[in-house]
Ligand binder design. Structure first.
Ligand code: THU
Length: 160
């Protein structure tokens, strides 16, 4: 018997201005996408922007549904759109932001488990890490250099 220690290192920035210009630009695209969210039920608006290696930026927002489970998160909306439109492009970076209509979202909002699994699929497929940045509406930004950091013990094609 032995224990396995799993360690993830994340970087926390005090605000968006501390980040390089290219990341600020990507995050501002995510903010624009967030403003297009369709979230009449949760009032929680999420935007995601993905930078591809062909230099395209693909964005998405959460799209809710009266049949709640039929809705989709911002990250998967963006990732699946990127995968559908540019199937051969690698996903280099993703910026995520969330804002609630009920309260100020000042702490960074990480991608949910299902979105981590979806993004992990592309990271495994492209054999290159996806650089992830997430924040609330304002305030701190968290960076993870790879999806593997956010989803240790990933279930992927190697198990099939
Ligand atoms: N949501 C996202 O868009 N991304 C996440 O990673 C977490 C949750 C959305 C789904 C739903 O429309 C709303 O936020 C509340 O859960």
């Amino acid at each position: 018997m032995k224990d396995i220690k799993i360690e993830s290192i994340l970087t926390v920035f005090d605000n968006l201005d501390e980040l390089p210009k290219a990341i600020i630009t990507l995050m501002l695209e995510a903010v624009k996408a967030r403003d297009k969210a369709y979230a009449p039920y949760s009032k929680f608006h999420v935007g995601a922007a993905i930078l591809l290696d062909n230099q395209e930026i693909v964005t998405g927002s959460n799209q809710e549904n009266a049949s709640y489970p039929s809705g989709l998160c911002a990250e998967r909306t963006a990732a699946y759109y990127a995968g559908a439109k540019f199937p051969n492009a690698k996903m280099l970076k993703i910026a995520i932001t969330a804002a609630s209509q009920n309260q100020k979202t000042e702490s960074p909002i990480p991608p949910c488990g299902a979105c981590r699994q979806a993004l992990a699929e592309y990271e495994v497929k492209q054999k290159e890490p996806i650089d992830i940045y997430f924040m609330g509406e304002t305030g701190k930004v968290v960076r993870s250099k790879s999806l593997a950091n956010l989803l240790p013990l990933v279930f992927d094609k190697s198990s099939l």
